[in-house]
Design a protein around this ligand. Structure first.
Ligand code: G16
Length: 542
């Protein structure tokens, strides 16, 4: 039976960079999730009888939330729902399923790299029919709808068994519980030279992959250990846990310091890698060599041809604005176009759909291609493996020869996390107001050539996105970018992105923070970070 339940709006159900993310107890309030799911339904048209893909990263509250989503989606008229066994799907796997099944869209329950558990974070986002995150036009409409919502429709039925594979009929529709891994593994097999990668492992190559007790464990075990023969024990923390084992499933050098330490030992694994809560981010560290996400994007794009799925070459490269400009040089070298978009994977969707870009990436540890419409952590590891197998070289050799050919973009991101929102907003406002005065300003040996607040004009649908980050370009090609994170759940997080280009191989061996020291000091001085945030130093440096 379908019930229409009266409700009243909750404040602040505004999707950020990637869906609605809040503390778990916020989502656990009665009607909170229901309101948001109904608001999504109210903003969609023509889905009667259509297919919806549903899954989450398995974090705390995932199981309860899945039931609510299933019952509201069926009550609103979806005809068929594909749900991952146990309510689990990695974000790229969900994107693949939407595309493969020509589904109307999908609902992904995840707060990505944010911690999980009763006091952690929870999240939800809607993906459209191309498999990618909903564009801003739709997320804005959903937010508007949450402000006026007065009732939601829900199927009154016992909970659906999402642990047993197979199809159950419910309320005039059907729910199909599917293996979350098999379609995704098939997709990867079609893109990469599995034979060659398996031969690499047989030759003694050692991979250590940390699934961080998050969603990628079952995917990584199936692909690396079972299909590619990487050997038992290759995957660590391979069992998904609701609280990620109390860890922060963010694959960066802070939360994966153990991998960095391992990779820096002389007899460490050839490749250490990790993924995040929902499987769309990646970390790549070769023995003795970390590849920054920005460098990794550039190197993957430059070498993509070595993998069967990209043997015909790539059409273009897209990167988010704060991502280093290492990929720009590769695009130039390949004679393809480089697209600079705002932060948020959703901005790549149109470029991929239109065939303008093939490889996309972000400094926030996301890389991907036109195979799905989300970033894809395991895809990045597999492309690296394919490249290493084809070139017969180490990660370090590949990175160093890349710099020698294209130059090195020293790059670092400084995060001032959970600062007071008022101070952070005032800082950004002051920067924006100061823009006209920045041009030509000198700081020691550095002079600002241009300064702006980044805006993006989508070449495919003509939409404009403004206020996407303050950029200071220096005369020597260096750059400092400031923006506020759109994925945090507490206060504000100021991100400062610092970059300088070094064409000379003789100058490419410095430690990153040392190489950027002058710009780092300047980044604090120009924005008066301590004055506005009370912080003399960042909380996370990546
Ligand atoms: C999300 C988005 C990414 C974005 C990242 C960081 O990643 O999908 O496009 O780069 O957040 O965004 P912000 O700097 O606003 O915090 P994920 O992995 O959290 O879904």
């Amino acid at each position: 039976m379908i019930a229409a339940i009266a409700t009243t709006p909750f404040e602040g159900q505004k999707p950020g960079t990637s869906g609605l993310r809040k503390k778990t107890p916020v989502f656990q309030q009665p009607r909170y999730l229901e309101n948001f799911v109904q608001a999504i339904m109210d903003c969609l048209e023509g889905f009667e009888g259509a297919t919806l893909v549903v899954g989450g990263d398995g974090r705390y509250f995932n199981r309860e939330a899945i039931q609510i989503v299933l019952k509201i989606a069926l009550a609103n008229g979806f005809g068929r729902i594909l749900v991952g066994q146990g309510g689990v799907l990695s974000t790229p796997a969900a994107s693949n399923l939407i595309r493969k099944n020509r589904a109307f869209g999908g609902i992904v329950l995840s707060a990505s790299h944010n911690p999980g558990g009763p006091d952690g974070d929870f999240g939800i986002k809607y993906n459209v029919g191309n498999g990618g995150p909903a564009p801003e036009k739709l997320t804005d409409a959903i937010y508007e709808r949450t402000k006026t919502i007065a009732h939601y429709k829900i199927l009154e039925a016992p909970d659906v068994d999402v642990d047993t594979l197979g199809t159950v009929r419910l309320g005039g529709g059907e729910i199909e519980v599917i293996d979350p891994v098999s379609d995704y593994a098939e997709l990867m097999r079609g893109l990469f030279d599995f034979e060659r990668i398996a031969a690499l492992f047989r030759s003694g190559f050692r991979l250590r992959f940390d699934a961080m007790s998050a969603v990628t464990g079952p995917y990584a075990i199936r692909i690396f250990e079972e299909l590619l023969g990487a050997g038992a024990g290759t995957v660590m923390n391979g069992t998904p846990l609701p609280d990620f084992g109390g860890h922060h499933p963010d694959p960066n050098l802070v939360h994966c310091k153990h991998l960095l330490d391992l990779a820096m030992t002389p007899d460490g694994p050839d490749l250490c890698a990790a993924s995040d809560g929902d499987g769309d981010r990646n970390l790549i560290i070769g023995r003795g060599q970390f590849a920054t996400p920005s460098d990794s994007l550039a190197i993957l794009a430059a070498n993509a041809r070595l993998a069967p799925g990209y043997a015909g070459g790539i059409a273009g490269i897209a990167r988010s604005m704060p991502t280093s400009r290492a990929a720009d040089r590769v695009a130039q070298g390949l004679g393809v176009k480089l697209y600079e978009t705002p932060t948020g994977w959703k901005f790549f969707g149109n470029l991929l759909d239109a065939g303008l870009a093939t490889i996309c990436g972000e400094e926030s540890a996301g890389t991907g291609s036109n195979h799905v419409r989300e970033k894809d952590g395991l895809w990045a590891v597999l492309l690296w493996l394919n490249i290493l197998a084809a070139r017969g070289e180490s990660v370090k050799a590949v990175v160093v020869s890349h710099w020698a050919r294209y130059g090195r973009n020293y790059y670092s991101r400084h995060d001032y996390e959970e600062v007071a929102s008022d101070g952070a907003n005032a800082l950004v406002k002051a920067l924006r107001e100061g823009l006209p005065a920045f041009k030509g300003k000198r700081f020691g040996g550095l002079a600002i050539a241009s300064a702006d607040d980044f805006s993006y004009h989508d070449p495919v649908d003509g939409s404009d996105s403004t206020h996407q980050g303050v950029r200071l370009h220096f005369e020597d090609g260096a750059r400092i970018v400031y923006r506020l994170s759109g994925t945090g759940t507490e206060g504000a997080t100021l991100r400062v992105y610092i970059e300088r280009f070094e064409p000379d191989p003789a100058g490419q061996n410095l430690e990153t923070q040392e190489a950027l020291a002058e710009l780092i000091a300047l980044s604090r001085e120009i924005a008066q970070i301590e004055r506005y945030t009370g912080r003399a130093a960042p909380s996370v440096i990546t």
